[in-house]
Design a binder for this molecule. Structure first.
Ligand code: LLP
Length: 411
């Protein structure tokens, strides 16, 4: 984290804010975000580029309006993948001219809405999608820039199988040769072709992957140029990974420098980053409900679980857990599990924590990305409240769901 976070007189504070007090005031489980961290990260990434670019925040990683509004106000852009996200981005105040829309299954209706709103780029992911846009152009003017999501052959084997989405046989994007012929057709048809898009995957820590994709993209762009097709934008997707274990910050300048060769050719780079901005901008507070030993294993059963932080069992992901209050020197090996009726409902397996009691609080770090956007009501669990810290101020950004909300859609 780039803002101050740590123990002050035995209790974790984020900036000026005492997390124990927050949990008492708003109850648990509770998502807590820092505006300073969120904007600080966006600014740091943007400043590290040093070339013409637009940083679009990926709404799928976090869509809390209070945070989005702060980014929109400062001129950042948004990356969306559905009409739902597009409407949220609009509500947050992002200019349509700073919104890019990707997604492998955009419906005709979603494409028409994107056109009505005149967004910056629509990243086309299939021939069928392109054919629909071409047909639409006969009936209405196309107001977004056309861009094709191209799959360059970059080695993604080291990534988690669910997170390396740029592989040739994945459902996403277009193979190079197909994309090339669609560019030619779109150009000949007089459609407003203005960009190219690639997104390799998420949680990428090896910068060589970005560098290689950048080289291949530039080569592709030069080939297009030889055919008279000139682009303005190169949307390099998202994917910058984080060290969830040691919390060592990635080098933003090393990341942005991967795309400098493209920027040096006078293309405007678009970043669609989510995790690297939002994960460290949020934490999840949870309370120990029960302590238990079974089969020689010690468990802390807490009031958050896979319904709040699905990414842990889904990707066998690791998220660091810290006690909110440090008042015991004795340590023990424990597993932190949720209250949900699934074996996969765990938060941490066999970790070392101080000797804690029922009622004590735990803080799950880097919980601002792909957590609240992936909430579930499974096992009749209302979504938790979400609060935002802004300087010395704290406010409720999203209220906790009520038990009535659980049946609100039933007729
Ligand atoms: N652009 C596109 C087209 C994407 O599909 C994604 C993420 C992003 C940008 C943002 O990627 P980021 O910078 O956040 O890596 N639920 C998983 C991550 C799924 C990522 C999906 N696509 C997790 O919790 O690790």
């Amino acid at each position: 984290m780039i803002t101050q976070f740590g123990y002050k007189e035995g209790v974790i504070h984020w900036g000026e804010i005492n997390l124990k007090k927050l949990a008492q005031d708003f109850d648990t489980p509770l998502f807590v975000y820092s505006v300073d961290e969120f904007l600080g990260r966006m600014k740091a990434i943007s400043e590290s580029a040093g070339y013409d670019h637009l940083l679009c925040f990926s709404l799928k990683s976090n869509s809390v309006l209070a945070l989005l509004k702060e980014a929109a106000k400062r001129g950042f852009g948004a990356d969306v993948v559905s009409l739902g996200e597009l409407l949220v981005a609009e509500r947050a105040g992002f200019l349509p001219s700073k919104i890019v829309f990707s997604g492998v299954g955009k419906s005709n209706g979603e494409i028409i809405s994107a056109n009505e709103k005149s967004i910056l780029l629509l990243n086309i992911e299939s021939e069928s999608e392109y054919n629909f846009i071409k047909k639409l152009s006969a009936e209405q003017k196309i107001n977004f820039g056309l861009s094709f999501r191209v799959k360059f052959e970059v080695q993604l084997e080291k990534l988690h199988p669910y997170l390396g989405v740029g592989k040739k046989d994945s459902k996403f994007g277009l193979e190079e040769s197909i994309a090339f012929s669609l560019y030619e057709d779109a150009f000949k048809s007089g459609l407003p072709v203005s960009g190219i898009h690639f997104h390799l995957g998420s949680q990428i820590k090896d910068m060589e992957i970005f560098r290689r994709a950048s080289e291949l993209a530039l080569d592709f762009i030069f080939r297009l140029k030889k055919h008279g097709i000139n682009l303005t934008y190169v949307d390099v997707g998202g994917g910058l990974g984080l060290d969830y274990e040691n919390l060592v910050e990635p080098s933003f300048s090393e990341y942005t420098s991967c795309f400098k060769p493209i920027a040096d050719e006078n293309y405007k780079i678009i970043f669609e980053l989510g995790r690297a901005i939002s994960a460290p901008s949020g934490i999840l507070l949870t309370k120990i409900i029960r302590k238990k030993t079974s089969g020689g294993k010690k468990f802390f059963i807490v009031d958050a679980g896979m319904t709040e932080i699905l990414r842990i069992p889904l990707y066998k992901a690791y998220q660091k857990v810290m006690p909110v209050e440090m008042n015991s020197k004795k340590e023990e090996q424990v597993s932190i599990v949720g209250p949900i009726c699934e074996n996969s409902d765990y938060i941490a397996q066999d970790i070392i924590l101080p000797d804690l009691s029922e009622g004590d609080l735990l803080c799950i770090l880097y919980a601002g990305a792909y957590t609240s956007t992936m909430l579930m009501n499974y096992n009749g669990r209302p979504h938790p409240a979400e609060v935002v810290i802004k300087g010395k101020e704290v406010f409720l950004a999203r209220k906790r769901q009520s038990y009535d909300d659980l049946v609100a859609r039933d007729l």
